[in-house]
Design a protein around this ligand. Structure first.
Ligand code: ADP
Ligand code: MG
Length: 313
């Protein structure tokens, strides 16, 4: 019995060791490629590509819309393992403010796997906000929902590591959900942070100071990224005010090899993103708390939920 329990615990901590191929045919999480009809592209990031499909096994037009994510450069390699982990993580999450896992579609005996998620018709906050000028109260509603999803993620001992407006999806005008768990990591009980190896395509302008300097990712570094996401929301994801645009401006547009070093220097001198136009002082103060140099002094998602509640009153 101990062996069984250990195995279960092991599988929980390393969800990628339970093989997907062994699922029975009747499994509602198994999608067949022949019933998937492509509608259009939804978007892409560094590693993944997401497309809208209709899944119509009855082949009578009664199918449902689903979002299908696949690895951009499929065909094995070192990304495959991380990709299977991303799928297993999403599979284990159930929360109103987290995109719902629907299943998988495997080909070539599991060498190529696509992730099937619910389709969120309004796209990411990056697509939505520039087209719909939200008032501050509405921005804070979305911000609070992101905190709720993140608080749940942290309670499950996962750190997201890529919280940004592009990774928050809009279901309708009063509901947003966190999507994209491609960089999410499990923090074992007792550990405080996760240290990454060399990583070229990092979203550095969303990173906390200790992530840039020491590659140390923790629950508190997600809080920093939430501060940047809050900034994005209050600037309505205006590309001219985006975090990269603003930081590059502050470092006088020197790019390339120097970027990381100059960004660290800026942050060490306590330079931060500016207060967005029409952003209330209390909301800017929250951002500044999220961007505290000392990770221990940053708020938790629980306390952010309360602070935002107070401001919304
Ligand atoms: P990556 O890991 O490559 O960054 P994401 O999971 O962030 O991929 O998806 C890329 C983009 O696709 C998102 O920014 C969003 O615009 C769109 N997208 C992702 N998932 C969905 C979904 N479930 N419904 C609608 N659009 C989505
Ligand atoms: Mg993404």
């Amino acid at each position: 019995r101990t062996v069984l329990r250990e195995l279960t615990e092991l599988q929980m901590k390393n969800p990628d060791i339970s093989p997907l191929e062994s699922l029975p045919d009747t499994d509602p999480n198994v999608f067949y490629k022949r019933y998937l009809k492509k509608i259009r592209d939804l978007g892409e990031g560094n590693f993944g590509k997401v497309m809208l499909y209709v899944y119509d096994p009855a082949n009578d037009g009664t199918g449902e819309c689903v979002a299908v994510k696949s690895l951009k450069h499929e065909g094995g390699g070192h990304h495959h393992e991380g990709w299977m982990k991303e799928i297993e993580i999403l599979k284990s999450l159930y929360h109103t403010n987290i995109v719902k896992y629907k299943g998988c579609c495997s080909e070539l005996g599991g060498q190529v796997v696509q992730l099937i998620m619910e389709y969120l018709p309004l796209g990411s906050l990056r697509d939505y906000l520039p087209k719909h000028r939200l008032g501050v109260a509405h921005c804070l509603l979305f911000a609070q929902q992101i905190c709720q999803g993140m608080d749940y993620l942290h309670y499950k001992r996962y750190i997201h590591r890529d919280l940004a407006a592009r990774n928050v999806l809009v279901e309708n005008k009063c509901l947003v959900k966190i999507g994209d768990f491609g960089l999410t990591k499990y923090i074992p009980e007792g550990d405080v942070y996760y240290r990454v190896r060399e990583d070229g395509d990092s979203p550095v302008f969303w990173y906390a100071i200790e992530c840039l300097k020491e590659s140390k990712f923790s629950f508190s570094s997600d809080i920093w990224s939430f501060g940047v996401t809050l900034y994005e929301i209050l600037t309505h994801c205006d590309p001219r005010q985006s975090p990269p645009a603003k930081f590059l401006q502050m470092m006088e547009n020197v790019q390339g090899q120097m970027t990381m070093m100059l960004l660290i220097k800026l942050l060490e001198k306590h330079n931060r993103l500016p207060c967005p136009r029409d952003c209330p002082h209390e909301v800017h103060l929250l951002m500044r708390q999220c961007w505290d140099f000392d990770p221990a002094r940053r708020p938790s998602f629980k306390s952010l939920i309360e602070s935002i509640e107070e401001i919304r009153k």
